[in-house]
Ligand binder design. Structure first.
Ligand code: UT7
Length: 331
């Protein structure tokens, strides 16, 4: 039987209008533009301020953008996966609501959560369903309203994160394009370094947990940084080795946007020149599940059919990995 591969055939994104700049943050916490820029590469991020709207709002807007750009009939979509660390609600999946709102009435849907690796793992999941031959059109959405879980009096986290959504359509391909290989890993040691203590089954929300700010993200940045630098570079060099790719063979690195220094270290290890590294952290900060699809929409005009893309991510859990994908179209 002819081998089916899973390729990305369309992209979409949504960015809320409100901008939170480094200068704005200088007025909120003890920080400065110079520190944030040199330590992270971030200049500004977007914040969803619309009352009563969560990650589904961002995801729906991103899907609408994809539908408008590609002419996709949402009724033909078989499955909607929403990768998110900030679902609308703890129970009642965000994906079910997104699918209904965009008119994907023949699809089934579910959320996928693995912190900043959610979208990368979603790519693996969507591709596997396509490769099985059972489904033909899968919408993978990465949507996070990080501002809903960030303490804007904590300078160690509030300078990093932003709100956004991006999405891609996965479809079968018979030319050998699309996802080629993946190298995905987790290590539970990480949950001490990047977490939200309260609101889960170990420590349900109470008056005390709220008073102690335990419903916000805690990050031991220095330790996460150490793990991120070595592991992201490691999986990228492993996937290159396994697929006989040199730095010259890789056209684009598509890295999770957590810190410019982590990305630079990964690119150095891969022997990649700077112009092959997709970056937009300066404009959006770390948007968790949305970073990878946002890079694809921002740089779609540069991607050519047959280009070799290496995706990489690192996040809470710890969770990390790399995916090698051949781009399937010229835009
Ligand atoms: O996407 C999910 C995975 N997450 C990541 O990959 C994030 C990984 N970690 C990082 O990106 C970096 O560790 C941070 C950007 C979070 C922090 O940068 P750093 O270079 O590791 O700084 P640090 O935590 O070692 O802090 C250095 C100094 C400290 O002061 P002292 O102790 O040297 O006097 C901090 O108190 O900088 C201070 N500091 C700040 N100063 C100004 C911490 N945050 C700030 C701030 N503004 N916002």
């Amino acid at each position: 039987m002819e081998k089916i591969s899973a390729c990305i055939t369309a992209t979409g994104h949504y960015l809320p209008e409100d901008i939170l700049s480094n200068k704005d943050l200088e007025k909120m916490v003890d920080t400065n533009d110079e520190w944030i820029t040199t330590r992270t590469g971030i200049k500004e991020r977007r914040i969803l301020k619309k009352e009563g709207e969560g990650s589904s709002y961002l995801g729906i807007k991103a899907c609408e953008n994809l539908i408008e750009k590609s002419g996709l009939d949402p009724k033909e979509v078989d499955m909607v996966i929403v990768a998110t660390a900030t679902p609308d609600m703890p129970v009642a999946s965000t994906a079910a609501y997104v699918a209904s709102e965009i008119g994907a009435t023949n699809a089934f849907s579910f959320d996928l959560q693995s912190a900043c690796s959610s979208f990368l793992y979603g790519m693996s999941t969507a591709a596997s369903y396509i490769e099985s031959g059972r489904y033909k059109k899968i919408l993978l959405v990465g949507a996070d309203k990080m501002s809903s879980i960030i303490d804007y009096t904590d300078r160690t986290t509030c300078i990093i994160f932003g709100d956004a959504a991006g999405c891609v359509l996965f479809e079968p391909n018979h030319e050998g394009l699309g996802l080629q290989d993946e190298y995905l890993r987790t290590d539970g040691v990480g949950r001490n370094f990047l977490k939200i203590d309260a609101g889960g089954s170990i420590l349900p929300t109470s008056k005390e947990t709220v008073e102690n700010n335990q419903h916000y993200v805690f990050q031991d940045g220095k330790n996460v940084f150490k793990f991120a630098v070595s592991n992201m570079a490691d999986v990228c060099s492993k996937i290159m080795e396994r697929n006989n790719l040199s730095g010259d063979d890789v056209d684009w690195l598509v890295p999770h946007q957590a810190n410019k220094r982590i990305v630079d270290a990964t690119a150095r290890r891969m022997n990649l020149s700077e112009e092959k590294v997709l970056m937009n952290i300066e404009r959006y900060g770390n948007t968790t599940s949305a970073t990878l699809p946002l890079l694809l929409t921002d740089f779609e005009h540069k991607l050519k059919k047959g280009d070799n893309l290496v995706f990489a991510a690192f996040g809470g859990g710890f969770s990390w990995g790399s995916i090698y994908l051949k781009w399937a179209y010229n835009s």
